[in-house]
Design a protein around this ligand. Structure first.
Ligand code: NAD
Length: 473
């Protein structure tokens, strides 16, 4: 249990379970396999679902205070093991140690904060004739599927509300980043009753097996829009409830009144933190022509001074791209930009290793229709675009299949608020970015998603209303 460097097991029915097959886990900073994770069989998936279905019967009837208490304890256990988990996180995900530790700590705290939420009860009538209330009840077994960019946080965003609500779960991390999630499953075996939280890992076929499994009541999925469409199709077959947190191509609009020196650092990390592998990273930066050159030069200076490298080395700020598939996608976008003679400005040098490193790259005022503007890069390539007319730039920002988040930068908050209202996104930040909280709903509009996570709205996505009518005679 305490060995964080070897022996990664699935958690099924409260026990550590290995598999016949294994999947390789690669350290993206070296490109080398450093561990293996179990490759869940179809029979083991059936076992996990059966265990979760059985556990649901008792878990849903436990008072919510007891479930909350166990989830808060689960948060404490994650916090107690944060140092080992963070080291493992850097190896499998690539993010430098400080950011890795921040994700683990945030996940433990998230469990504790969400455990304090309570679903509402609405009373529509309480008269001599009758009493009518609407309360919220859990759905059953939740199929939870997470991506590799924030593998632990985004899994906990599902675990905390789903289990608090009285559901049980089978959770699958991405095959690229299974290890921390598997370890957390093992650590929580001592806290949660068997079957309440099953954690399984496997290759590309495991996700489709899960979404088509008839034992699930709900699918909570975070990943790409392309995969989200397949998940929705699969869920439709037996009408599973669905939450989809998908891709984004977020625009930030910088108005002429900003203090460039003051905003540059924040804008830089809003675009490049986690090597830009953030669904809500700034992916298109629209800058008023009067401050464009000054901001571009400032961002380039920060990029030149920001160390890119192996996340386990001191001083590294940005790590590699997490996996080869994503690395190839980003390289392909850069090749396309070069083929079209776009101006690329690179930041600090990258290590000369087999790791999946890409230099921080600013694309200087490319045409609106270029691929680097239109597609989600999910890598450190930021198109900066000039604008002169505010209505025109709002149209350009909204002219996207996605609608996840956006940002407005201005000293005039009233003006920024007016622009925020016109943005077709689930979240808008003004003079900040990347700020998300457990008590505030988060979700995408358009092709960025379906349903929300977090906030009371997110909790209620794991519940169904039940109206109760009582005649008084
Ligand atoms: P992905 O869609 O390739 O994979 C996500 C998960 O789905 C993985 O666990 C994968 O194994 C699984 N999967 C793959 N094919 C499946 C299928 N047919 N059926 C069921 N499951 C399947 O996404 P990714 O590359 O891991 O993540 C990057 C994408 O996720 C980006 O587009 C990013 O914007 C998006 N994302 C969105 C949010 C959000 O909250 N909106 C958060 C993080 C990432």
């Amino acid at each position: 249990m305490t060995d964080f460097d070897r022996n990664y097991s699935m958690t099924i029915d409260g026990k550590s379970v290995s598999a016949k097959g294994q999947i390789d886990v690669i350290n993206p900073a070296t490109g080398e396999v450093f561990a293996q994770a179990p490759d869940c069989s179809r029979e083991q998936l059936d076992d996990a679902v059966a265990s979760a279905r059985l556990a649901f019967k008792a878990w849903k009837l436990r008072p919510i205070e007891e479930r909350a208490d166990l989830l808060a304890k689960a948060g404490d256990v994650i916090l107690q093991h944060s140092a080992e988990l963070a080291r493992l996180f850097t190896k499998e995900q690539g993010r430098p140690t400080e950011g890795a530790a921040a994700e683990i700590m945030m996940s433990g705290q998230w469990l504790k904060m969400v455990s304090q939420m309570r679903p509402p009860v609405h009373i529509s009538e309480d008269s001599d004739a009758q009493f009518i209330e609407t309360r919220y009840v859990p759905l059953g077994v939740v199929c939870a599927i997470a991506p590799w960019n924030f593998p632990v946080n985004l899994a906990i965003w599902k675990v905390a509300p789903a289990l608090l609500a009285g559901n049980t779960m089978v959770l699958k991390p991405s095959p690229f980043t299974p290890l921390c999630t598997l370890k957390i499953g093992e650590l929580l075996q001592d806290i949660l009753p068997p079957g309440v939280l099953n954690v399984i890992s496997g290759g590309d076929e495991l996700g489709p097996w899960m979404t088509s499994h008839p034992g699930f009541a709900k699918i909570s999925f975070t990943g790409s829009t392309e995969t989200g469409k397949k998940v929705m199709e699969s869920a439709a077959r037996d009408l599973k409830a669905l939450t989809l947190e998908l891709g984004g191509n977020d625009a930030a609009i910088v108005l002429p009144d900003v203090d460039v020196d003051e905003v540059a650092q924040k804008i830089f990390f809003g675009a490049f933190a986690n090597t830009s592998q953030i669904c809500v990273a700034t992916k298109r930066l629209y800058v008023h022509e009067s401050v464009y050159d000054a901001l571009r030069d400032r961002l380039v200076a920060i990029a030149k001074a920001t160390k890119v490298g192996d996340g386990s080395e001191q001083g590294t700020v940005l790590g590699p791209i997490q996996n080869k598939r994503q690395f190839d996608r980003v390289m392909n976008l850069l090749d396309d930009a070069r083929a079209n003679n776009l101006t690329l400005i690179e930041g600090a040098d990258i290590p000369d290793t087999k790791g999946y490193f890409v230099p921080v790259t600013i694309v200087d005022n490319p045409p609106e229709g270029s691929r680097v503007v239109q597609e989600e890069a999910f890598g450190p390539v930021l198109p900066m675009l000039k604008f002169s007319d505010i209505d025109d730039v709002i149209d350009r920002a909204n002219d996207s299949e996605y609608g996840l988040a956006g940002a407005v930068w201005s000293k005039n908050t009233d003006e920024a608020m007016k622009i925020a209202r016109k943005m077709e996104t689930g979240t808008v930040w003004i003079n900040q970015n990347l700020n998300l909280r457990p008590d505030t709903p988060f979700g995408g509009h358009k092709a960025s998603g379906f349903g929300v996570e977090n906030g009371m709205e997110g909790l209620l996505e794991f519940m169904a209303p039940q109206a109760v009518y009582v005649a008084k005679h």
